[in-house]
Ligand binder design. Structure first.
Ligand SMILES: Cc1cc2nc3c(=O)[nH]c(=O)nc-3n(C[C@H](O)[C@H](O)[C@H](O)COP(=O)(O)OP(=O)(O)OC[C@H]3O[C@@H](n4cnc5c(N)ncnc54)[C@H](O)[C@@H]3O)c2cc1C
Length: 342
């Protein structure tokens, strides 16, 4: 049975796994490895240490579907809307730019439930805390090394991490990437920002008329959302949760600072915007070094094939754009590139 490894349990990786499972003409052994402790990647949903039902989306907040992609990716939207993984965004987000014909969706169970939907559909074996460090060519197979654990061999490898992390991999892969491909990977750029999640006790009232707000006059804070209100799951039994996204200039300036220091700076600024907020029972500060793609790889629509026999390909939003449809486009391109090999 052909062994396929997908590196990354974010949206692109989970979609690649689900699409490969559906398209494969022969039985495949699918494995997904991620260096993180949970699924989601930049579509992560964090839980309060005091109550796992109190959750907050730290990365992607909502899915915007343009009329073009409503048609092109209709089956993907239908598949998530039917079981309620996605629901229309009905709560007000102040300062959000709404273009005519666009629809916005939220994931009531947290944005990572989208990824979990695809991972479940794929039937792949999923392993967390597996940081891939090296990829070598051994007897027409890929030998993949990780920080801990013994090397494993695969017939096909799909890399879905941000381009700078692909370039950090060691082993034969370093020489298999052509000079032109290296330049294209190096040209992919990302913004950086921090996200701060705040969890409150059940019954806490946060008295604002909005579920989210874009902030335009603060050097540190760009976006605030009452996350459970945004997802329309307010309840008297589960405390509210807030997410704050910083501006990109703030993220870049404080990129190498400790998350503890950054958390304090965000708190100070939050007091100016929402004075008198109660003390949260728990917080989670997340650094997004590679937040959203500002410059995608040129001339590599959707994927970049690094090697043909055996197959090694990379995908992700670095080859398209940083949103749901960008990841679908990339996963479909990876599938197209792979289809004669499965
Ligand atoms: C703050 C923020 C807000 C956003 N807002 C929105 C929004 O509102 N709407 C929207 O549609 N999109 C939004 N986005 C963009 C969206 O989240 C991304 O485009 C999408 O999640 C990218 O998915 P991906 O699978 O390509 O990459 P990722 O989600 O980055 O997945 C890559 C995975 O690879 C893993 N990995 C990396 N290196 C290794 C290694 N060496 N070994 C093993 N695993 C590894 C990582 O842990 C990660 O899980 C936002 C992103 C951020 C950060």
């Amino acid at each position: 049975m052909a062994r396929v490894l997908i590196v990354g349990a974010g949206l692109t990786g989970s979609l690649c796994a689900a699409l490969l499972r559906k398209a494969a003409a022969r039985p495949l052994h699918l494995a997904v490895w991620d260096k993180a402790g949970d699924s989601g990647g930049r579509m992560t949903t964090a839980s309060s240490p005091h109550n796992p039902q109190s959750t907050v989306d730290l990365g992607a907040q909502y899915i915007t579907c343009t009329p073009h992609y409503a048609k092109k990716h209709q089956s993907f939207y239908d598949e998530l809307l039917a079981p309620g993984v996605l629901k229309p965004l009905t709560s007000p987000i102040e300062g959000m730019v709404i273009k005519e014909g666009d629809c916005n969706f939220v994931a009531p169970h947290g944005v990572s439930s989208i990824i979990n939907h695809y991972l479940k559909e794929s039937g792949a074996d999923i392993y967390f805390r597996q940081c891939v460090t090296q990829i070598n060519l051994r007897n027409d197979k890929w030998e993949v090394l990780r920080e801990t654990g013994s090397p494993e061999q695969f017939d096909i490898v799909v890399l879905t991490m941000p381009a700078p992390q692909i370039l950090q991999l060691q082993g034969d892969i370093v020489n298999l990437i052509s000079e032109c491909q290296r330049q294209q990977l190096e040209s992919v750029s990302y913004s950086s920002r921090y996200a701060l999640g705040l969890f409150y006790e059940a019954g806490t009232k946060i008295d604002v008329p909005w579920a989210g707000q874009y902030i335009t006059n603060n050097p540190c804070i760009r976006f605030i959302s009452i996350d459970n209100k945004k997802r329309n799951i307010e309840s008297s039994e589960i405390g509210p949760s807030l997410v704050i996204h910083t501006t990109v200039p703030f993220g870049v300036t404080y990129l190498e600072h400790s998350t503890e220091d950054v958390r304090e700076l965000i708190f100070q600024q939050l007091e100016n915007i929402l004075p008198g907020l109660p003390q949260p029972v728990a917080t989670k500060c997340q650094k997004w070094r590679h937040s959203q793609v500002t410059n995608a790889a040129a001339n590599s629509p959707g994927q970049m094939t690094l090697h043909l026999k055996p197959f090694l390909v990379c995908g992700g939003d670095g080859f398209t754009q940083s949103n749901f449809d960008g990841c679908i486009t990339s996963a479909l391109c990876v599938l197209e590139a792979l289809k004669n090999h499965i």
